[in-house]
Structures are given as C-alpha cells and as structure tokens.
Design a protein around this ligand. Structure first.
Ligand code: 1HE
Length: 273
C-alpha cells in the first residue's frame, strides 16, 4: 500500500474543534483554541492532537509550531470532565494510554515541533510541551506539576519526559511541593531552551521552525526521534544504533551538496556567536 503522504492543504483543512491549523510555507502553525477553559485537555482535545500529528507524519510538512490562544498555554488535564465522569481506574488507565499515544505522535512525527509557551504550562500542559523538541517561552510562562496538590498523579508521560529533562530530584520536588518554575528558572533547569519577550515569542518559534526546516528531512527525522530512542538504550546498543543512523543519514544524497560546499570553502562556518 503506498504511503498516504498528506499535503499541507490536507492538513490545514482537517476539521477540529480545539485546534486551529494554518501554514506558513512548509511550517504548520497549530493553535490550541480552547482558551475559555485555559486550553485544558479533555478527551476530544487529546484525540484531535493525536489525529493531527498522525497526519503530519510522512506529510509535506517540514516543521510545526504549537502556540495557544488566550493567556495560558495549557492548564493540563480537564479536571472538570475528570471529576464529572467519576472514572474507574481502568477507564483512566485507558485515557492515559491515549495521552501517551497522542504525545508520542507529536514527539515522533518525524519533523521538528517547536512550542511557543506563555502563562500556565502546568500538569498535562507541561506533559504536552515536553513532547515538543524545542520550547520557547515568554516572560509570562510558568511551569509546574500540581498533581500532588490535586491528589492525583501525572499520566501523560511526565515521568519519562519531564524527569529526563530536569532530573528525577527536581521532578519529585515539583510534585511534592507544587514548586513553580519561572521562565528564567525553566531555562536554567532545561525545561525550555529560549526565553524571549512576549511580543517576540511566536515569531521566534516560527523563525526556529523555518531554520530547522532547512535541514534535510532525514537529518531532522534522525535528530527528533533518534536521540530520544537512543537515550533509552544501554551504551553498547546506543553506539550501534548511532552508527547505523549516521551510516544512513551521513551518506544521504541531500548531504552531498552541503559537504561539497564545505570542501569548496563556500559553506558558512560554525563560529562563536
Ligand atoms: C479548567 C482547567 C482545568 C481552567 N480543567 N477546566 N492543572 C491544574 O491544576 C491547573 C488548573 N487551572 C488553574 O490553576 C487556573 O485555571 C489557571 C491558573 C490555569 C488559570 O487561572 P484563571 O484565573 O485565568 O482561570 P480560571 O478562572 O481558573 O478558569 C477559567 C475557566 O477555565 C474555568 O471554567 P468556567 O467554565 O468556570 O469559566 C475553569 O474551570 C476552566 N479551567 N483550568 C478544566 N485544568 C493525564 S494526567 C494530567 C494531570 C494534570 O494535568 S493535573 C491538572 C493540572
């Protein structure tokens, strides 16, 4: 069966209630648009994220920017829906599996995903943001895992993705004490990579997406998925996988022109900023 390679316009025309999708060239701009509920993630919202990023995989899209309407990026799990539905343990376990599937789709969609973050990036909102590859925050952004205070636990991948970024000790502190990290602190502990003025946050994320989109797609696929997968392997297996990925990526047709440019002294150099 041939690969169902979606075009940018296929993606832009997908019907969603909680997400707006538009394109800037080959960069997809995804906006969470449930601002009245602070972009809290109910079941449908998680399914929409899953379906969108499933469609991104193998499509013509070269990078994605995720931003949000309103003052807050995402307030996490829809606590009102969760309370109203009075779920059983089994039901919630299955809901967590859907979150894992959706956020895995994001992390492993094959192209760089850049988040433009503001306001609350908390609980499941932080789980969503840590499935992105690069996070850009504005000064209003703050980061927390208030699950302990709510009498619940993370269920959207934080035990893997947040712990990996900040370390187990910091994550446990966040969950036990409700500690909130400012944008500056978040950069210091590795929760995000850029902190920029509020009016520059989205444009910086878009600029980063366009820059990353210039890399050959196979290189971006290796970077955005390979590093995370290799991180789960024992060293000997990791070195094997790295060599294998490099064997394919470093000999691809798309790299030949760039390497020739370097050899001919026409390529830009890597210099001190
Ligand atoms: C919500 C949610 C939500 C807002 N679920 N409806 N997440 C949290 O613990 C964060 C909970 N939310 C908050 O602390 C605050 O809402 C905010 C600091 C994010 C924003 O405050 P504010 O004053 O701007 O808004 P608000 O008045 O609190 O809320 C506005 C509306 O959004 C209101 O609905 P309305 O119908 O009364 O207008 C809120 O109910 C609604 N809203 N946040 C549902 N989270 C897979 S496990 C993941 C575990 C978690 O994610 S734990 C959740 C952590």
């Amino acid at each position: 069966m041939p690969l169902d390679r979606k075009s940018i316009s296929d993606l832009v025309s997908m019907p969603f209630d909680n997400i707006r999708v538009c394109a800037d060239g080959a960069v997809l701009l995804v906006t969470l648009n449930r601002a009245a509920k602070r972009n809290a993630l109910d079941r449908q919202f998680v399914e929409e994220l899953h379906d969108l990023f499933h469609a991104v995989e193998g499509s013509e899209v070269r990078a994605v920017v995720v931003t949000a309407d309103g003052d807050h990026f995402c307030a996490g799990l829809d606590l009102v829906e969760h309370h109203r539905e009075d779920r059983s343990a089994t039901d919630f376990m299955h809901i967590c599996r859907r979150w894992h599937a959706a956020f895995d789709r994001i992390q492993h969609c094959g192209v760089p995903v850049i988040g433009a973050l503001k306001g609350a990036v908390v609980g499941g909102g932080l789980e969503l943001a840590t499935a992105f590859h690069i996070r850009v925050a504005d000064p209003s952004a703050y980061f927390a895992l208030p699950e302990g205070q709510r009498g619940i636990f993370t269920g959207g991948g934080a035990t893997v993705r947040v712990a990996r970024l900040v370390g187990e000790g910091r994550m446990i502190d966040m969950m036990l004490t409700g500690r909130v990290y400012s944008g500056e602190e978040a950069v210091a502990v590795g929760l995000c990579q850029y902190l920029v003025d509020a009016d520059a946050c989205l444009s910086r994320a878009v600029e980063i997406a366009h820059r990353a989109a210039e890399n050959p797609p196979l290189s971006n696929f290796a970077i955005t998925s390979g590093i995370a997968h290799i991180g789960n392997m024992p060293s000997a297996d990791a070195f094997f996988a790295e060599a294998f990925i490099a064997g394919i990526t470093n000999t691809q047709e798309a790299s030949k022109e760039r390497l020739a440019a370097f050899a001919n002294k026409t390529a830009p150099k890597t210099v001190k900023p």
